[in-house]
Design a protein around this ligand. Structure first.
Ligand code: URA
Length: 216
């Protein structure tokens, strides 16, 4: 059964985005140009990492924000979490090239420590700020099902805070059918091999379930 994470109105309980006199985008390419030209709302990356994949994809996967490698390479999920995501997609029988992959926050938020750029979790306000872009992007992509990878993505999609432990599984994000699962980086943080294997198997199961729900 789908958890009812319905928003109070179309864009959730978060306030509507102000286009500040700009024309509303008519295509995904228009929207992407606007995102790329917008000033970052988080401290760190200055270059937006855009979503990738086919319009009308059965599945859209939404992560938190680009990380160090994504910022350097300009593509979503190409670092350690991306490699794990690829492996899990493969195990679930899902072709990444047929899937749309994006993030709730479009810039890498980090703190510089010496030579290292340390990932910083986006605040609720930052997620709210980027939400309009995400929902607009999904309107253009029009996937059959949207998968939230982790709590930040789930909050962005639901328009309200979500506890993964309670909400994991089918969901409804406003007009989009959805599915909530963990973020692949949570698998990397498991304490030992056994818990990592269990968490990985559950993640693959979620991706397979989501893919079945997305089938026409
Ligand atoms: N983590 C995310 O949430 N997104 C990425 O693109 C990479 C890591």
């Amino acid at each position: 059964m789908a958890h009812s994470i319905t928003s109070k109105h179309r864009h959730g309980s978060f306030p509507a985005f102000d286009l500040e006199g700009r024309e509303a985008p008519e295509t995904l390419a228009d929207l992407n140009r606007m995102i790329s030209a917008a000033k970052p709302f988080v401290h760190g990356g200055i270059k937006a990492v855009l979503g990738e994949g086919p319009i009308g994809a059965p599945l859209a996967l939404v992560g938190e924000q680009p990380g160090d490698q994504e910022d350097l390479q300009g593509h979503p999920f190409v670092g350690p979490a991306g490699r794990l995501l690829d492996k899990a997609l493969n195990a679930a029988g899902i072709e990444r090239s047929e899937t749309y992959v994006t993030n709730a926050v479009k810039h890498f938020k980090y703190e510089q420590r010496g030579k290292r750029r340390l990932h910083q979790k986006p605040t609720v306000g930052e997620v709210k700020h980027y939400r309009w872009w995400l929902m607009k992007e999904l309107e253009f992509v029009h996937p059959h099902l949207v998968v939230a990878l982790g709590a930040t993505a789930a909050m962005a999609l639901a328009g309200a805070p979500v506890t993964i432990g309670r909400a994991r599984g089918p969901a409804q994000f406003g007009e989009f059918r959805g599915y909530i699962t963990v973020h692949p980086s949570s698998l990397l943080r498991q304490a030992d091999d056994q818990s990592r294997e269990i968490a990985y198997a559950a993640f693959v199961r979620d991706l397979r379930n989501a893919s079945e729900l997305a089938a026409p």
